[in-house]
Design a protein around this ligand. Structure first.
Ligand SMILES: Cc1cc2nc3c(=O)[nH]c(=O)nc-3n(C[C@H](O)[C@H](O)[C@H](O)COP(=O)(O)OP(=O)(O)OC[C@H]3O[C@@H](n4cnc5c(N)ncnc54)[C@H](O)[C@@H]3O)c2cc1C
Ligand SMILES: *[C@@H]1O[C@H](CO)[C@@H](O)[C@H](O)[C@H]1NC(C)=O
Ligand SMILES: *[C@@H]1O[C@H](CO)[C@@H](O)[C@H](O)[C@H]1NC(C)=O
Ligand SMILES: *[C@@H]1O[C@H](CO)[C@@H](O)[C@H](O)[C@H]1NC(C)=O
Length: 534
């Protein structure tokens, strides 16, 4: 009896002083949470404690660090979560949502932890982390051309499980095998088959989420609006994604990869200029990524332009195709390697000897990625003139470190309506990723590189999409705006929201307002609710 009384008093305290809960000693928050979690899951506290961690727990740091993929957010001054929950079942996820709600903490959801600005595990407000990495089941069903892929699985696991069952099935998703399904698919997801098959979210059959009421809902249960929203509208705004049912795509038994490089003194400017007319228009079986990097060669500062490509076909065919369409590349058969689609995924992951690499490397989660990094994005709708490419190269040499990646669109991408999914950038020529990585932990150095990224982004203004200038959600970039979770969050959210989603932002806001009016599922760049009418 006295115990019930105490918890009622506690509860009333939380209700009457919601903001004060933030100053509760974390131990009491932990105990309150644990008690609720244990009750909701009907599991003894001792057992539950294996899945709920406070900073005093000896495993806390290991668990937090396991999915930090950017060393910028791995320092002693990086804000840390008050509680980490690592659910092992849907009912754990449900309980985590319901038990967090009254505590008024920001509830961060993390699957693969690849968010470029760390939003899945960092916040400047007191926060919890729900780490989905234990919910990683992947089951592939070749007869029905489909697979169930859990949020906590990695793309490498998805590719590997497909490879186990078939050499002529694949899935169009990202090229980095440690990226998580949860963030990748909820944010759109693209890879080197995008010109042939579009985005990952163009191949969704079903999904499961836990909503703000703690319910586990499939596509029928959540309805078409919410299903649409989680097909690219961003993880963390609408619920906890448990996983997706995807449609597999056919891949040929033999594909071709190649990498060819040019420098400024060997025609890089012309090649990059011409690439803009070919990359987005050529045979949709061909994806030619362009990497542009300032380098020092023979003691001279120059720019290297590298084409890294996947062709869903044979080497002879892509060599003769490019002899006609892009002779500036001077592609030879010797530059090409034929292999299976799965091996091409290894090759794209920088496994030089893809055909001799153990396929099981794609199951490895313990990669030691300790580099610091920053990314930004842009879209190009009309070709950059030749003198523009020249001035860009000069600018990149002047800045010294930051590189660019051009990803060609066209093909299947341009056939899909802009509102078919929340991802609106269907008719662009290509996407630019700004990319800088470094190894030194000094704050001064970090500031320099972050500024380099901003400066190049600003330099590119004249060449890229406008009104709104566009950006790719999965290339998370807090420089383009954040919301403070407060009363101006709609106005703040509209800034980055229009850049990421264009006109689709309005539908996302409507759905958000309907399914999560209290804005429980939020982060610095989540979809805001509509401002309340006065
Ligand atoms: C090395 C590297 C390579 C990449 N390559 C590609 C690429 O080829 N193509 C591409 O499209 N993108 C690529 N990306 C970007 C990547 O798609 C995004 O960072 C993606 O959001 C990562 O998903 P995650 O689960 O690993 O990340 P997380 O950091 O766990 O999550 C990212 C966001 O999604 C939310 N979220 C995560 N899980 C869930 C869930 N279960 N339910 C609801 N919300 C959730 C998080 O709260 C966060 O806001 C790459 C990133 C890196 C670091
Ligand atoms: C492409 O092949 C040609 C002919 O063998 C060779 O000279 C050239 O160096 C190769 N290019 C690359 C980038 O490997
Ligand atoms: C690639 O494989 C060849 C032949 O097995 C070997 O000689 C070479 O050292 C390997 N290269 C790398 C980078 O592993
Ligand atoms: C984070 O820091 C730990 C301890 O210094 C280190 O072992 C780990 O590799 C780091 N991870 C990243 C991504 O920087």
């Amino acid at each position: 009896m006295p115990r019930t009384f105490v918890s009622v008093v506690f509860f009333l305290l939380f209700l009457s002083l919601p903001l004060c809960s933030l100053s509760q000693p974390s131990n009491s928050v932990y105990n309150t949470f644990l008690k609720c979690f244990s009750k909701k899951t009907k599991t003894p506290r001792a057992q539950i404690a294996k899945n709920v961690f406070s900073p005093t727990n000896p495993s806390y740091s290991t668990i937090l660090r396991a999915y930090i993929r950017n060393a910028r957010f791995n320092t002693s001054t990086t804000p840390k979560p008050t509680i980490i929950v690592t659910p092992r079942s849907y009912s754990h996820v449900s309980a985590a949502v319901l038990c967090s709600k009254p505590l008024n903490f920001v509830f961060k959801i993390r699957s693969g932890g690849h968010d470029y600005d760390g939003l899945s595990y960092v916040s400047d407000k007191p926060f919890f982390v729900l780490d989905m990495s234990n919910l990683r089941d992947v089951s592939v069903d070749v007869p029905s051309n489909s697979a169930w892929i859990s949020a906590g699985a990695t793309l490498g696991e998805v590719y590997y499980r497909i490879f186990e069952k078939s050499r002529v099935h694949g899935f169009p998703a990202g090229v980095c095998p440690t990226v998580g399904v949860g963030g990748h698919l909820s944010g759109g997801g693209y890879g080197n088959m995008l010109r042939r098959f579009g985005l990952s979210v163009d191949h969704l059959i079903d999904a499961r989420i836990v909503d703000v009421k703690g319910r586990v809902l499939d596509r029928r249960g959540m309805g078409e609006d919410l299903f649409w929203a989680i097909s690219g509208g961003g993880g963390g705004s609408f619920g906890v994604v448990l996983g997706y049912k995807i449609r597999l795509v056919p891949v040929p038994p033999v594909v071709t990869v190649f990498r060819v490089e040019k420098y400024m003194d060997s025609g890089a400017v012309d090649m990059v200029h011409k690439w803009q007319y070919v990359g987005p228009k050529t045979d949709r079986n061909l994806f030619m990524r362009m990497l542009i990097q300032p380098v020092t060669r023979n003691k001279v500062k120059t720019v290297r332009a590298s084409v890294v490509a996947l062709f869903l076909g044979r080497a002879d065919d892509v060599v003769s195709l490019l002899a006609k369409e892009l002779p500036e590349l001077a592609l030879k058969k010797e530059n090409c390697t034929e292999m299976t689609w799965f091996q091409s995924a290894l090759w794209w992951d920088n496994r030089v000897n893809a055909t001799q690499t153990d396929p099981k490397v794609f199951l490895d989660r313990n990669l030691d990625s300790s580099s610091f990094g920053k990314r930004k994005s842009d879209y190009v709708a009309t070709e950059i003139p030749r003198n523009g490419i020249e001035s860009l190269f000069k600018k990149m040499i002047e800045l010294g470190k930051i590189g660019l990646v051009f990803n060609p669109y066209g093909g299947r991408m341009a056939e899909i309506a802009e509102d078919a999914t929340p991802f609106p950038h269907r008719n662009m020529l290509f996407k630019i990723q700004y990319s800088v990585n470094w190894k030194d932990s000094s704050a001064e150095i970090e500031k320099g590189y972050l500024n380099e990224a901003k400066e190049l982004h600003s330099f590119m203004t004249r060449f890229v999409s406008k009104n709104p200038r566009s950006a790719y959600l999965n290339y998370r970039d807090v420089d383009i705006g954040v919301n403070d979770h407060g009363k101006n969050s709609y106005k703040e959210g509209e800034v980055y929201g229009r850049m990421y989603f264009g006109k689709n932002f309005d539908r996302l806001v409507k759905i958000k307002t309907k399914v999560d009016p209290g804005n429980f599922f939020r982060n610095e760049q989540s979809i805001p609710t509509l401002p309340r009418k006065l």
